[in-house]
Design a protein around this ligand. Structure first.
Ligand SMILES: *[C@@H]1O[C@H](CO)[C@@H](O)[C@H](O)[C@H]1NC(C)=O
Ligand SMILES: *[C@@H]1O[C@H](CO)[C@@H](O)[C@H](O)[C@H]1NC(C)=O
Ligand SMILES: *[C@@H]1O[C@H](CO)[C@@H](O)[C@H](O)[C@H]1NC(C)=O
Length: 366
């Protein structure tokens, strides 16, 4: 059963009333004891397809969702909130940030952040402190967003052509790739944007970044003409080329996602969805039923997001902000874990932090 969001609401409601009793399990979010599902955004970001990679190369799409907004921009920015049963994504045409809540058979899509973004290519969700990080290639900035209210704070500025971000709220680090060729960098900072560290400058044409939470390694794609997938430990050790395409059709890797023993990526030249074991096995799985996006137009910079929806990635851990948002009126951003307190209160753009270091106000304090 596919729910088309262009269906008018009354039809949708009567439809839901009929099917709900038989349709309470979400198809998008696997149970804790199940393997990951993979979500793929088509190159226009108008549709999200979900498949089960354990079915191998003949895996079929188990759920196809028409996305609000999408009018042909594509996107690599996609992440999820397992506890809240939500998916977040960005759209490079509308330049907005969206959410989909899929609890049981009920689905609801929303615009979380509208306007003010340039090219929001990267998105990462901190499931412990409930902050959404969005990187903007055009504005050279990283923003932090409250997914419930849409409040936004500019966290990092002058991050030259930042392409993608990842977040690990359990270790307290935000990771990103930025720049191109001579200026390309893989970096990290604490979740409040402080304590910036270069992890590697041995990087040329980065497009998409994925964190392997189990092994604490970062995987990223380097697109045409480099055409490689590389990994490195979060401390900058063991830089490894994990995939070098053997054939022409494997060129131009774009979106990447890591889960358990595998990594999955999009080969943008022919819109292939591919998977490979992390431990260097030679075999590549090609998910043929996902190849219905047409051919790549070499003139266009096409982005397709891919995301492993894996409950194991979002293990629970105590919040550094406690259960009262650190006493902060707006953002509570974790800082270095050994600092006291281990967080800073922060304000949405246009508001100021008062002398109590916790309250934000429109007023300017003298
Ligand atoms: C996938 O489907 C093709 C064609 O139906 C079949 O020849 C092939 O054996 C299948 N592969 C697997 C791994 O089941
Ligand atoms: C990689 O790991 C899988 C299981 O995780 C195993 O079956 C396979 O033999 C391993 N391959 C290599 C080359 O070590
Ligand atoms: C607020 O933070 C500043 C700078 O860290 C510090 O000097 C000041 O004592 C803090 N104020 C309060 C009320 O905690």
């Amino acid at each position: 059963m596919k729910l088309d969001f262009r269906t008018d609401m009354s039809t949708l409601h009567s439809l839901l009333l009929v099917i709900l009793p038989f349709y309470t399990e979400s198809l998008i979010f696997p149970r804790q004891d199940e393997g990951p599902l993979i979500a793929v955004l088509d190159f226009k970001a108008t549709r999200m397809d979900i498949f089960d990679p354990s079915e191998g190369g003949n895996a079929t799409v188990i759920e196809a969702i028409n996305l609000k907004g999408g009018r042909g921009g594509g996107s690599t920015g996609i992440d999820f909130n397992y506890r809240g049963k939500m998916i977040f994504w960005t759209d490079l045409y509308t330049r907005d940030v969206y959410s989909l809540k899929a609890d049981g058979g009920d689905q609801e899509q929303k615009v979380i952040l509208e306007g003010g973004l340039g090219s929001p290519e990267g998105l990462a969700y901190d499931w412990i402190h409930n902050n959404l990080y969005v990187s903007d290639w055009e504005l050279h900035k990283v923003f932090v967003i409250n997914p419930a209210t849409g409040a936004r704070k500019t966290l990092l500025i002058d991050v030259h052509h930042v392409r993608d971000i990842e977040v690990d709220p359990r270790t307290g680090w935000l990771y990103w790739i930025s720049g191109w060729e001579d200026t390309a960098l893989l970096m990290k900072s604490t979740l409040d944007g402080q304590n910036q560290v270069v992890i590697s400058s041995d990087i040329e044409r980065p497009i998409s970044l994925s964190l392997d939470y189990d092994e604490q390694k970062l995987y990223w794609t380097e697109t045409y003409t480099v055409n490689l997938i590389k990994s490195i430990s979060v401390n900058g050790e063991d830089l490894t080329i994990v995939h070098r395409p053997g054939r022409h059709y494997e060129f131009s890797p774009k979106g990447i996602t890591v889960s358990r023993d595998y990594f999955y990526w999009i080969q943008a030249l022919t819109f292939r969805v591919l998977g490979r074991e992390k431990n260097n096995s030679r075999e590549i799985t090609r998910y043929r039923n996902l190849e219905k996006y047409g051919r790549w137009d070499i003139q266009k910079n096409i982005f397709m997001g891919i995301l492993a929806i894996d409950p194991r990635k979002q293990a629970e851990s105590p919040s550094l902000c406690g259960d009262n948002n650190g006493g902060c009126s707006h953002f509570c951003l974790p800082s270095l874990i050994q600092s006291i307190p281990p967080y800073n209160c922060a304000c949405p753009d246009g508001m100021n932090l008062m002398d109590d270091n916790t309250t934000c106000s429109d007023e300017i304090q003298i």
